[in-house]
Design a protein around this ligand. Structure first.
Ligand SMILES: [Fe+2]
Ligand SMILES: [Fe+2]
Length: 313
């Protein structure tokens, strides 16, 4: 990033103020209040060992397939790092109008980890001690977004919110528990509204500063990693999650990137200079490479599953 592109990016952000106000009003009108406690199947709860002298957790208590357990752990630990995300946004968008959105968004996001953890505890779906140890490690490590410009941050959260919606929704579908599915659909609906806010803001950014916004979008799409990628054991879990079809590069291409690029009008956008055109080409080339990359992940996942089976015999 050059100093000039950083400044132009901030200038674009200032020009987005009217869009910010409009989209925040739309978000507040659309967002339905909901209450995590009402989604938790409390009748399935029982005390754990420790001060209450209940029953310790054991793997056979979980009714969820391993890949769904993996997905829920990844989704929950990703949500757990909310303080780091808030700080990342604060560092880039340190301005009163933007922080109104950031605080509201943070308040909504906080429900997700709250509800997911309670669901996992009540249903004994994963080892609660390991879960807490992973949370401590993950949140203590923190997340540094490392976004080159404010537009990179906006592009990143646009893709990430949609990817997160798919991750929650697909984990819910795969979990085989109506209560779990209801909760995860509810969380996915929140992520959808967050995605719409950022996406429509980004559509305006592409018209205000087409070249800069297209370059930031290309940079983000070509190097995209979920914020949970740093969590303990992510690689093995990601392979099992991909093998189960909950989230893989096909889902990423078909249900995240393609619809997003279509709605943003990336292929039809006019007014691009040479830098913007090159960025648009980079996005196209990245999409073309994804099916082969998805196939490689499938092969890796198959090999990992075989190795795991042989290891447990
Ligand atoms: Fe969330
Ligand atoms: Fe979200």
């Amino acid at each position: 990033m050059t100093a000039a592109s950083g400044q132009s990016s901030m200038a674009c952000l200032r020009e987005l103020r009217p869009s910010l106000g409009r989209l925040l009003d739309r978000h507040l009108a659309k967002a339905q209040p909901w209450f995590p406690h009402s989604y938790i199947p409390w009748s399935r709860a029982s005390n754990y060992d420790g001060p209450l002298r209940g029953t310790p957790w054991a793997p056979e208590q979980s009714t969820l397939p391993q890949a769904v357990q993996d997905a829920l752990v990844v989704n929950l630990l990703t949500e757990d790092n909310l303080p780091s995300y808030h700080t990342s946004i604060y560092k880039v968008l340190d301005d009163e109008a933007w922080m109104v959105w950031a605080h509201r968004w943070t308040a909504e996001e906080a429900r997700h980890s709250d509800a997911l953890r309670t669901y996992l505890h009540v249903t004994r779906a994963v080892d609660p001690v390991a879960l807490e140890q992973w949370r401590m490690r993950h949140v203590s490590t923190g997340y540094t977004g490392d976004h080159a410009t404010a537009l990179h941050l906006l592009a990143y959260v646009t893709v990430q919110e949609l990817a997160t919606r798919e991750a929650h929704r697909n984990a819910g579908t795969a979990c085989g528990d109506p209560a779990g599915q209801q909760l995860m659909s509810r969380i996915a609906a929140d992520e959808n509204l967050h995605m719409m806010f950022y996406r429509d803001l980004y559509a305006d950014a592409l018209h205000i500063a087409p070249d800069l916004a297209m370059q930031a979008l290309a940079d983000v799409i070509c190097a995209f990693r979920m914020p949970g990628a740093t969590l303990p054991g992510f690689h093995q879990r990601a392979l099992r999650i991909a093998a189960a079809g909950i989230y893989d590069l096909d889902v990423h291409r078909e249900h995240v990137l393609q619809p997003l690029l279509r709605t943003l009008g990336v292929t039809t956008l006019t007014g691009l200079g040479p830098d913007g055109e090159r960025a648009r080409e980079r996005i196209g080339q990245h999409l073309e490479r994804l099916p082969a990359a998805a196939q490689r992940v499938r092969e890796l996942a198959q090999r990992a599953a075989v190795a795991e089976q042989q290891g447990t015999r």
